[in-house]
Design a protein around this ligand. Structure first.
Ligand code: F6P
Length: 527
């Protein structure tokens, strides 16, 4: 199946995107997908009707629909860990049965949601002014991203997110907090992650150092209630979830507690509703009308087809500044694998490097390379029709204009003749005109997609996050990998543990390689 994609890529690599628009007056309509409140426009890519057929055939050959149905049905599609994949159950607000090992998990899910709501309402009504979520990876990035994204809806206590084991993170956070009025949420699926447990112990010591009781000041979010209670958080203050919720897919349940405290249970339910409606779309829409499927197919086209190793996520929304980091974990931890489910080597590249920054800031930083660098970087723009600052509508109009200008500039480019004409107008001539003109050429014909939303509300954010989750799923199915394990993070963790005593000087470093020994020697000289 990859041969057809490779052949299509060779034929389509230099296809003129502007030419595609000239040949098809309705290209914008026929090469875009609408679902719920969202519009995904992929018309500014080299994908034509024939390419699209090949991409859809790839999805069919990989049995995307059957795998999708297996996921929603609670099959153990996370085969290397023997687990079901059911983060979607966390946003199944109607409570329709979802079976795992013959048991409906929904009563438990809805009961936990109700407990979260009680906790959130209590905290919102209490004297707590600050809530500190201590967690890392999936126990941090989702709520941290959404807290910022939905700041216009935040009317609860201030939330902070401490993730890094670097003492700077917790020290800088606690400096602004009153120990009497600060609540700590220890968010860790396993309740063993060294960064989180170290920060949690430091938080506990901070309270004790200030003579403040830890009672009632810690909540745990974890699948490991036993470890949480051994740590000192009683079971009634633990909100649990099952192993069929992967860390990077967990913000819909207890891991989202800080967000719920910030925006209130109604706002959080709206976020869940958005995710649930995207689930419905993903489950019922035909492949050629299915938005997550199309995000995935465009990704496959650019990465595995054309060989573009990275994709830039460029939200024209300052409040989505943590979205690229969130998507880095979602996409790269899920699809950064080189072995297929059956243990064989992947015949194509694994998932892409995902990176980005909100526009317009990125424009004044790295867009130079996107426009004139030697490599093609597919760009994924994102913008809302309406901002939250109604009285500053002119800002938002400029924001939209900038977003659309970038995708147009990438596609249109500027030819040498056009650049020459500009230089001639400036009064240049001869060799100097030629030299200056060459620096002002834009190759153009560079692909981008644009995701449009009406306004960044909790419900729309829910749609977007579920959209990306399903995109990652579809890309993973087409690659034939397991998107739900993360063995690649283990080795570094093990080595960090064994290096601890070497850094503190409690064990000799002579078993280490020369570089590591020399670096440890440097630390010793200065610490
Ligand atoms: O980095 C690996 C990882 O296991 C992520 O998948 C996870 O989100 C993160 O660590 C945190 O894990 P936990 O929630 O168990 O502390």
């Amino acid at each position: 199946m990859w041969d057809d994609l490779k052949a299509a890529a060779e034929a389509g690599r230099d296809r003129s995107i502007l030419g595609l628009f000239e040949a098809d007056a309705d290209r914008a309509g026929s090469f875009s997908v609408t679902a719920l409140d969202l519009l995904f426009d992929y018309s500014k890519t080299q994908i034509d009707a024939g390419t699209r057929d090949i991409l859809i055939a790839l999805a069919q050959a990989a049995d995307v629909e059957a795998r999708r149905d297996a996921m929603f049905a609670g099959s153990k599609i996370n085969e290397t860990e023997g687990r079901a994949v059911l983060h979607t159950a966390l946003r199944n607000l109607d409570g329709d049965p979802v079976m795992v090992d013959g048991q409906d998990v929904m009563p438990e899910v809805l009961d936990t949601l109700a407990r979260m709501e009680t906790v959130a309402n209590d905290v919102r009504a209490s004297d707590f002014t600050d809530v500190v979520n201590i967690g890392i990876g999936g126990s941090d990035l989702g709520p941290a991203m959404a807290y910022l994204a939905l700041s216009p809806y935040c009317d609860g206590p201030r939330c902070h997110f401490v993730s890094n084991v670097d003492a700077a993170d917790i020290a800088d956070t606690l400096r602004g907090c009153d120990p009497e009025k600060t609540l700590f949420i220890v968010a860790s699926k396993t309740f063993t992650t060294i960064e989180t447990m170290t920060n949690a112990r430091t938080a506990r010591a901070w309270l004790q150092d200030h003579g403040v009781s830890t009672d009632g000041r810690f909540i745990a979010l974890s699948s490991n209630a036993v470890a949480a209670s051994e740590w000192g958080i009683p079971s009634e203050r633990v909100l649990g979830f099952e192993d069929w919720v992967g860390g990077r897919y967990s913000m819909w349940g207890p891991i989202g507690l800080s967000l719920m405290i910030a925006i209130g249970p109604d706002g959080f339910r709206a976020f869940l509703r958005g995710g649930q409606s995207m689930d419905r779309h993903f489950r019922v829409a035909a492949l050629h009308e299915n938005m997550p499927v199309f995000l995935a197919l465009v990704g496959i086209w650019h990465n595995q087809g054309l060989g573009h190793a990275t994709r830039a996520v460029l939200p024209y929304d300052n409040r989505l500044s943590r979205l690229p980091a969130y998507l880095q974990q979602l996409e790269m931890e899920s699809n950064g694998k080189s072995v297929a489910m059956d243990g064989t080597a992947l015949p194509v590249n694994s998932g892409p490097v995902v990176w980005g920054e909100p526009g317009t800031n990125g424009q004044h930083a790295f867009y130079q390379l996107i426009h004139q660098g030697t490599r093609v970087i597919p760009c994924e723009f994102m913008v809302a029709a309406e901002g939250h600052e109604a009285d500053l509508r002119h800002h938002h109009e400029l924001l939209i204009a900038n977003c659309l200008a970038q995708s147009e500039a990438l596609m249109r480019g500027r030819s040498l003749d056009e650049a020459r004409a500009i230089m001639a107008k400036k009064g240049l001539s001869g060799d100097e005109l030629e030299r200056q003109a060459r620096h002002r050429v834009f190759p153009g014909n560079r692909p981008s997609t644009t995701l449009m939303m009406p306004k960044l509300t909790p419900e729309v954010l829910g749609q977007i996050i579920a959209l990306y989750e399903h995109r990652v799923f579809v890309e993973g199915v087409i690659l034939g990998i397991n998107s739900f394990d993360q063995w690649g993070v283990e080795l570094g963790k093990e080595l960090a543990t064994s290096l601890g005593p070497l850094v503190s000087g409690d064990a000799p470093a002579d078993s280490k390689d020369g570089s590591t020994q020399a670096l440890l020697g440097y630390v010793k000289r200065y610490s």
